[in-house]
Ligand binder design. Structure first.
Ligand SMILES: NC(=O)CC(=O)C(=O)O
Length: 298
């Protein structure tokens, strides 16, 4: 491999946060956990989907914040400012899970991730591209599209000194194209803040994480909220980090906790050398999904 995808070892922390109905309490709890992770040496910290509110269609509008034009004021988005300050205090990259966002101009809502650098500056915004609309009779029906609109790009983020990561949100993990585009554009790590549930979590959470890692020979991190059986939506938990060989490096149970993992570039090279699918693709037989009409942002 010509250049190392991950230039130096990185300590990743996934915070499986327990959140409730009080947004300000959630933000201050998140801050405490982000600082705990940074004291433990994490360079890159991740929060879960809808980390500052309950997860559910009826909560999106109530908890939504305005992010545009950027930067928003503190009144428009207390979460934007809290995340920026947390990243700065922690001196770490912070993938700020997701929050419900409201666009005043179009009156649309989104499920939106904000990622900040150690200087507190916004590095990227990802709006959930694939909305979670499912109907499994007798188990779970969920329709994000009743309220939310979808984002429209792949999000790839340069972490200075380390390399590139990609961020997408929960249901996005089920669409291998997104992961493959990011990996082929040089991401060493795919991160998904996500809240699977007791039906789909059991079936597909680990499988999705390991499949995306195996297909692309990159690290994958899934960061869930902690499970709260008093809440309406029961998150699966089990935040996990998978290595480029699809082996689980670490996995939490369902309660609040922090998962740490050490990532290094040599592991990616070793796996790709052993099973060289990276150089064996047959773009004369099928198209390269990362080429042509792809909407992405670095
Ligand atoms: N909550 C989600 O967006 C996705 C999910 O739970 C699933 O794919 O299953």
């Amino acid at each position: 491999m010509a250049t190392k995808l991950l230039k130096k070892p990185l300590k990743l922390a996934l915070i499986q946060l327990a959140s409730g109905a009080d947004k300000h309490a959630n933000l201050s709890h998140a801050r405490q956990k982000v600082l705990e992770a940074s004291k433990a040496g994490a360079n890159l910290v991740v929060l879960p989907e809808c980390f500052n509110s309950p997860y559910g269609v009826k909560y999106f509008a109530k908890y939504s914040e305005t992010l545009l034009p950027s930067p928003p004021t503190k009144e428009q988005s207390p979460s934007y400012h809290a995340l920026s300050e947390m990243a700065k205090e922690a001196k770490a990259f912070l993938v700020g899970g997701s929050i419900p966002e409201y666009w005043e101009e179009t009156k649309k809502y989104y499920n939106t991730n904000l990622t900040f650098g150690p200087d507190g500056k916004l590095l990227a915004t990802h709006r959930k591209v694939h909305l979670f609309d499912i109907d499994i009779p007798g188990k779970i029906t969920f329709r994000e599209s009743d309220v939310l609109s979808p984002g429209n790009k792949v999000t790839i983020i340069d972490l200075p000194e380390y390399g590139r990561i990609a961020v997408a949100i929960c249901y996005d993990v089920r669409f291998p194209e997104l992961a493959m585009i990011a990996a082929r554009k040089g991401a060493f790590l795919l991160l998904y803040p996500g809240a699977f549930n007791l039906t789909t979590g059991k079936l597909h959470w680990e499988l999705q994480a390991r499949a995306r890692a195996m297909d692309n020979q990159v690290y994958v991190g899934l960061c869930s909220p902690a499970r709260d059986m008093q809440a309406e939506y029961h998150a699966w938990g089990h935040s996990m980090v998978v290595d480029p060989n699809a082996e689980i490096l670490g996995e939490l149970e369902e309660k609040e906790d922090i998962l740490y993992a050490e990532l290094n570039g040599e592991r990616i090279e070793e796996v790709r050398k052993g099973v060289p699918i990276y150089t064996q693709r047959r773009f004369d037989v099928y198209p390269d999904v990362s080429e042509g009409k792809v909407r992405y942002e670095e």
